[in-house]
Design a protein around this ligand. Structure first.
Ligand code: R5P
Length: 321
């Protein structure tokens, strides 16, 4: 018996497509919610359905335009709390500001922490996120956080692009991706070698590769990362593995933030295919990109939260989705 009788799913404007697909996966309609703008640009929210005492899930990744989407999320949470929701889970597959989780130099903010505070103060009782840049962000919250990984789904699709016996190396796009790539290896055979790229950011949004550890020569390099924003990291990764003799380059990245110019920049690289998920609302993409949907995974997790079934077990076991 679930703790809250009704499950209610609602969404802001950040990724309506994913929200619809999750709604299909849990076989429930999206609640009727108006999320628009007043003429002065302020966000207007009106929940048109009765949500009293319900288990409410608000799907709203805080992808660009980050501040707009974040504000929508906060106001939706506030509206749900004031409408007497029983429990509110913020479903934020892409957590904006995650890369501002520490002070790189003095007099900088820790905006990932500020966002955590805002969400909690607004009234979120739980958070559901996917592939945080730094898992330590979970510790910014005093509410339960379910942190999912897209590794299994991305790995199984990228494996389909490889021949049996193909000589593969899994490449961490930067030091931060080492754990991620190791997790990826679980879905390949354990002998698959790893390589790590070391990068520097001389300026924000600029990337300089300072080293590569590992052997990529004569191999298919599968570059793994969490976010493509400007594409700079992936472009630099492709150049360095090609320079060191990789014969084929594939990439698997969870969040395709893809700021303006990124798609064109990536089209000029030797990368054969880039697998991404749908945590972020996507424009029409060229065939270079292959989108792996997380809707069935997120739907299963929403059901598990609602019915009080372990989410870690799902992530641990090889439950097919
Ligand atoms: C942080 O370093 C992340 O793991 C990504 O590597 C980074 O955010 C990608 O950004 P860009 O595409 O702008 O290089």
């Amino acid at each position: 018996m679930p703790a809250y009788e009704r499950m209610i799913l609602m969404a802001g404007n950040a990724n309506r497509t994913l929200a619809q697909h999750i709604a299909q996966a849990v076989r429930r309609p999206l609640a009727r919610v108006v999320v628009s703008r007043f003429r002065d640009g302020e966000t207007q929210v009106l929940i048109e359905d009765d949500i009293r005492d319900a288990d409410v899930f608000i799907v709203q990744p805080t992808a660009p335009p980050v501040n707009e989407n974040l504000m929508e999320l906060l106001i939706l949470v506030d509206a749900a709390r004031r409408a007497s929701a029983g429990r509110i889970t913020a479903v934020v597959p892409y957590y904006g500001y995650a890369r501002q989780e520490k002070k790189a130099q003095g007099r900088e903010p820790i905006t990932a922490r500020l966002v955590a505070n805002l969400l909690t103060v607004a009234g979120a009782n739980r958070l559901l996120v996917v592939d945080l840049t730094n898992p330590a962000i979970e510790g910014f919250f005093d509410i339960p956080v379910d942190h999912l990984s897209a590794a299994k789904l991305l790995a199984s699709q990228v494996k389909n692009l490889c021949r049996v016996g193909e000589d593969i190396v899994l490449v961490a796009a930067d030091e931060g991706a080492v754990r991620r790539v190791d997790r990826f290896r679980r879905y390949f055979h354990q002998e698959v070698p790893l390589a790590v790229i070391f990068k520097d950011r001389p300026r924000p949004d600029e990337v300089k590769v300072v080293g590569l550890v590992g052997d990529v020569e004569g191999k298919t390099a599968i570059v793994v990362d969490d976010i493509i924003s400007t594409g700079g990291t992936l472009v630099a990764a492709a150049e360095v593995v090609q320079h060191h003799g990789a014969t084929r380059i594939l990439a698997a990245v969870t969040h395709p933030v893809l700021v303006e110019g990124a798609v064109d920049r990536l089209a000029e690289t030797p990368i054969e295919r880039i697998l991404v998920t749908d945590t972020v609302e996507l424009p029409a993409l060229p065939p270079l990109f292959q989108v792996v949907t997380l809707a069935p995974l997120l739907g299963e997790v929403l059901n598990r939260i609602h019915y009080g079934i372990s989410v870690s077990e799902l992530m641990r076991n090889n439950v097919p989705l």
